[in-house]
Design a protein around this ligand. Structure first.
Ligand code: ADP
Length: 216
C-alpha cells in the first residue's frame, strides 16, 4: 500500500503505521524518526534540524524534500510505504505530488486520523519514547508503561520524554499543525484520496484502513 497518515501530533500515526507495516510489509517512513536519528548521530542534517525541532517548529521544506527524495529511492519502498508525519505543509504536498509522478508511483489513500484536542494533549504529556534510535518504541505512563525502572520492554534501552514534549513545545506543535498541516485535509479531499477515521482503538483504525483499501 502507498498511503499518507495525516493527523495532529499524538493522533497515533506512528502506532498505526507500525501495525500496517507488520500487516503487508509496506515500510513506515517517519520524517520525525529520520530527523531524530540525524540529531542523535550529529550529522549535517541533524545540526540543521535540531533547533527547529526543539522549539516545536517545522523543519524547512527544502530539507524535508531532500530527505524524502532519497528515501523513496531505497529498495524497501518497492513493497509500498506508509508516510507518517509527511507531508506537513502545502509546498511539501505539492512537491510530493510531482516527485511521485516523476517516480511513476501513485498514492492509494490519505487517512485523516481525527482525534479530539483534549485527548491529544493528555497523550502527548504522558507519552515516552525508547531512546534507542533503531527501536523508538512508544510508551505511555498511564496506558502502556515501560519496565518499572524505565526501560524499553523490546530492547532494554532507557525510555525517555522527548525534548519537544515539554508543555510549551507541545502547544507550539499543535498550533503549527492547525495552521500548516490541517489545510492538507482539504487538499487531499479535492484529490479524491481522503478518508477520515474517528478516534477509536488502534485495532479498529487499522481494520477501517484495511477495509478502505479493499484488504479486509
Ligand atoms: P509529532 O507528529 O508527534 O509532532 P514527529 O516525530 O512527526 O512528531 O516530528 C517531530 C518534529 O520533527 C516536528 O515537530 C518537526 O520539527 C520535525 N518534522 C517532522 N516531520 C516534518 C515535516 N514533514 N516537515 C517539517 N518538519 C518535520
Amino acid at each position: 500500500m502507498r498511503i499518507i497518515l495525516l493527523g495532529a501530533p499524538g493522533a497515533g500515526k506512528g502506532t498505526i503505521a507500525k501495525a500496517l507495516m507488520e500487516f503487508d510489509g509496506s515500510v513506515q517512513i517517519s520524517t520525525g524518526d529520520i530527523l531524530r536519528n540525524a540529531v542523535t548521530a550529529g550529522t549535517e542534517l541533524g545540526k540543521k534540524a535540531h533547533g527547529y525541532m526543539e522549539r516545536g517548529e517545522l523543519v524547512p521544506d527544502t530539507l524535508i524534500m531532500g530527505i524524502m527524495e532519497s528515501r523513496f529511492k531505497e529498495p524497501d519502498c518497492e513493497k509500498g510505504f506508509i508516510l507518517d508525519g509527511f507531508p506537513r505543509t502545502f509546498p511539501q504536498a505539492e512537491a510530493l505530488k510531482k516527485l511521485l509522478k516523476r517516480l511513476d508511483l501513485e498514492l492509494d489513500l490519505v487517512v485523516n486520523l481525527d482525534v479530539p484536542e483534549a485527548v491529544i494533549l493528555d497523550r502527548l504529556t504522558t507519552r515516552r519514547t525508547c531512546s534507542n534510535p533503531r527501536c523508538q518504541e512508544i510508551y505511555n505512563i498511564k496506558s502502556k508503561p515501560p519496565t518499572e525502572d524505565g526501560k524499553c520492554k523490546k530492547c532494554g534501552w532507557p525510555v525517555v520524554q522527548r525534548d519537544d514534549e515539554t508543555e510549551e513545545a507541545i502547544i507550539k506543535r499543535l498550533d503549527t499543525y492547525t495552521q500548516k498541516t490541517a489545510p492538507l485535509i482539504d487538499f487531499y479531499e479535492k484529490e479524491g484520496l481522503l478518508t477520515t477515521i474517528p478516534s477509536t482503538s488502534s485495532e479498529e483504525i487499522v481494520s477501517a484502513i484495511k477495509k478502505e483499501m479493499g484488504l479486509a
